[in-house]
Design a protein around this ligand. Sequence first.
Ligand code: C2E
Ligand code: CA
Ligand code: CA
Ligand code: CA
Length: 277
Amino acid sequence: AKQSGRNGYQFYTTEMQLTTDRALQIENALRRALERDQLRLHYQPQLSLSTNRIVGVEALLRWQHPELGQVAPAEFIAIAEASGQIQGIGEWVLRTAAQQAKQWRDLGLAPMTMSVNLSAVQFRHPDLPELVARILAEAQLPPQFLELELTEGVALHDPLGAIAVMEHMHQQGVKISIDDFGTGYSSLSYLKRFHAHQLKIDQSFVRDITDDPEDLAIVNAIISMAHSLGMNTIAEGVETQAQLTLLRAQGCDEVQGYFFCRPQPPEELVAFLRAHS
Ligand code: C2E
Ligand code: CA
Ligand code: CA
Ligand code: CA
């Protein structure tokens, strides 16, 4: 906190300095993370509530650095976006996830979508549609098995441009899910033009759904709206049976969360997938 007085001021600058040092450290270390093979994807299953089957997995980036330790994506993705490194990292994520999906198909596991998080910076890059097409072709993965998770924020500065890219993806057959839905600022009037097939209900609404009638009302409204607009819904961050029961009663289509399965490295997830397919 910024305070008056010499000590308060000093505290403030030291704290800011620490923040900047760490960001610089991460930025530099990240530059070598790809070539040193420090990035991994973990995968978390998405369960259909109508069939009780796994219908997809979400790829979540993990970075283990020898000195910095395990750095959370929430921390390093923002730095990678600001430094321009997200393009290379994002391409690696897309390619690795697509190849993993193909490999699981080849193992004879039931078909599932592979959900990949896309940052706004990646989404705005003019070569994205071409990159996605190339990666799908390389992995020999049919486009309907790839789902891009975009936050509402991608459309913030240039809604028409964003809608055009989504339209392009949709034509290609790739699915789009709107992540963290309900926390962004996008105009609802754009929603129907987004070519999204799914709204992902943010975990902040799921967390208190059993105690907070307002959160329950919001979840209910999101589900009704999605269904009226021809979209389905997935709730993220489901941690308890009570949450699951409520979400099912509200007509939510899919769930994802620790209650069902934590994000896991591919070697470990495959056993879980086998048991549930
Ligand atoms: P997100 O896309 O909203 O992902 C959901 C986060 O919730 C993940 O955190 C996941 O591990 C965590 N989670 C899953 N189930 C539960 C649960 O039951 N309870 C709780 N409390 N949390 C749960 P994670 O893996 O730390 O990722 C954080 C964020 O970093 C992601 O939020 C996403 O915005 C970003 N991210 C992760 N991987 C990538 C990536 O490959 N590319 C980009 N651009 N962003 C990524
Ligand atoms: Ca999905
Ligand atoms: Ca996500
Ligand atoms: Ca989220």
